[in-house]
Write a protein of this length. Structure first.
Length: 340
């Protein structure tokens, strides 16, 4: 049932709106003008869009972050839009190749690649059909014209030829599927008149930031031994060789960190432990970072030991984090037990 009038309280900066039906309400054309209750945020994104700056929106779900971000995309200039194409990387599936193209070129490349793959598949099917007809024709000639074999043998040959034809078709499709390396069009700006908006989620924020950089226990010294295939080896040379083998894929930062996702064909398993039990663990990452000073060994009253870098922050009983190099004998390190 339509309302006759709606009035906001005096504390809210909105004017009274009078309407008989929702059809009487004028909806602004721009999304930025449709946002209600976030005037400050709207002012910021307008200025940021004009100045070409970035904006970080933080807040509880439902406060309008995604809507405001989409509104900002409408305000950005669309004169320099690009297509982004993602190419598979056979050497490392975790690090695809990114190509930036002029608007419209991305879709063109993908369509051409798909047509080429389709033509290749059709050619293979035609060859299989042609080969099948040749085999069937040869069998029929030998049976009807030359009487080389009996009815039973002829029927068996026909059945075998049919099985071979089906097997070749299935095999060809399987090989084609494995060999396909078609690029994917991540952002397609063909015929777009405004900047694109990609809605993402931060539900797995740790994964987005890169968990390996924030692992508090990645403090193995170069001479620390790990068990690889039943043999103890120092971890330093292993990490060095993996980084050298994947030099073009190394990720670096300003603090001396170097890390790389290990390709599948280089991954290996080591002996790991949890809750006093041993098990195999697959190594997926290799990383290193130089530090100044000497490593610090922390020993608890129960006999547990942990070796960390000097600047590594440790949680102590005073409810604060303290760098390992600043720890004193009377500091009590807090250990969180994992009973899972």
């Amino acid at each position: 049932m339509p309302k006759k009038s709606v009035s906001k309280s005096k504390s809210e900066p909105f004017l009274s709106m009078k309407f008989k039906t929702t059809a009487d309400i004028k909806v602004p054309k721009t999304l930025a003008e449709q946002v209600i209750g976030q005037e400050r945020a709207i002012d910021i994104i307008k200025k940021a869009a004009q100045q070409g700056r970035n904006v970080l929106l933080v807040g509880q779900p439902g406060t309008g972050k995604s809507m405001i971000a989409q509104a900002m995309s409408e305000l950005l200039p669309a004169t320099k839009l690009k297509d982004i194409l993602v190419h598979p990387n056979p050497a490392n599936s975790n690090n695809p190749k990114i190509e930036i193209l002029e608007t419209g070129e991305g879709r063109k490349i993908v369509e051409e690649k798909n047509l080429a793959e389709k033509a290749k598949a059709n050619n293979q099917q035609m060859m299989i059909f042609a080969l099948s007809f040749i085999i069937l024709g040869a069998l029929s000639f030998l049976y009807f014209e030359l009487n080389w074999f009996s009815d039973v043998v002829y029927a068996a040959y026909l059945l075998l030829a049919g099985v071979m034809m089906v097997g070749m078709m299935v095999g060809a499709r399987t090989v084609m599927g494995q060999e396909r390396n078609n690029p994917k069009l991540l952002i397609d700006n063909k015929n777009k008149t405004k900047a694109p908006f990609v809605d993402a989620t931060g539900a797995r924020a740790g994964a987005l930031l890169g968990d390996i950089k924030h692992d508090p226990l990645q403090c193995l010294l170069p001479d620390t031994e790990i068990t690889v295939n039943g043999v103890k080896k120092p971890v330093g040379p292993i990490v060095d060789s993996l980084l050298k083998a994947n030099e073009s894929e190394i990720e670096r930062d300003d603090f001396g960190y170097e890390g790389v996702v290990i390709p599948k064909y280089q991954q290996f398993k080591i002996a790991g432990g949890r809750n006093n039990g041993a098990r195999e663990c697959k190594v997926l990452f290799a990383n290193r970072r130089k530090f100044k000073g000497e490593a610090v060994k922390i020993t608890t009253e129960s006999g547990k030991e942990l070796v960390v870098t000097p600047e590594h922050k440790v949680f102590v009983d005073t409810n604060k984090f303290k760098e390992a190099k600043l720890l004193k004998e009377n500091d009590e390190v807090v250990i969180f037990e994992d009973n899972n």
